[in-house]
Design a binder for this molecule. Sequence first.
Ligand SMILES: C[S@@+](CC[C@H](N)C(=O)[O-])C[C@H]1O[C@@H](n2cnc3c(N)ncnc32)[C@H](O)[C@@H]1O
Length: 265
Amino acid sequence: MPVDPIAHDGNSRAVTSNQNAIHRDLFAVVRKHEKCRYRRPIAAHSKTEFKRLDRIVGARSGPLILDSGCGDGESTRVLARRYPDHLVIGIDKSRARLARAPAKGSLNNLIMVHGDCIDLWRLAYGAGWAVERHYLLYPNPWPKAKHLQRRWHGHPVFICLAALGGLLEVRSNWKTYVEEFALALTTIGAGKASIERLRAPHPLTAFERKFLTSGHALYRLSTRLPPGHVSPHPIDAPPGEEYAVNRRPVVEDREQPAPEQSRPD
Ligand SMILES: C[S@@+](CC[C@H](N)C(=O)[O-])C[C@H]1O[C@@H](n2cnc3c(N)ncnc32)[C@H](O)[C@@H]1O
């Protein structure tokens, strides 16, 4: 098995930031993204990769799990084993990290994808994918205040991420990140997320192992995002595309279900 340099580094520094609380522009930034159409063109290679994926998703009737920003896919494999009747898709834009993923072995419900979530989430939304569980494990925190819009909740694609629905889990070693994420969800009417401190979990990812070894506090945000509760109008889904899947359930009312209880690791 290839050696993962991340996993062997126990001297990771805790996140430091020139922000000492939730970013003061968060509300305004999220509201702006909610109102405006996100127009970044979807790359041709993303469309090609998505068509391949959509055929696979369409050919399976089981539920779908996304592990977005999966790195070397350690968590993706754990999830594929934990949910054998689900199709589990790990997405990462780093070829180098994906190259460290071991062979799939007997896991036939696991797909590792080299791609950009900013494109693939929009395509998945446009194709009507019904996501049952969505994991964002240790996304880059971009802790400098001026980088708010690089954090997922400060990015225009956040509206689309929320619209994909499912049980969403975000983990971070920066409490402000999950607190901002929760506030951004409330801002767009996607309900109240719960946040908890993770106490000595069995590491699910390489970064989680590194942060645990370094003694960092870890936080988990979880919430259920029913599809249809977030306005799809800002999402520039490509017109005229034919997809194999259109399984997103129609939501008749906008009532929020109670947040899911956290699961033990
Ligand atoms: C801090 S690492 C965490 C990796 C893994 N989840 C873990 O916990 O070990 C963040 C990952 O997100 C990936 N990433 C960042 N932006 C992305 C994007 N737009 N699309 C896909 N992957 C992205 C990076 O390549 C990186 O592997």
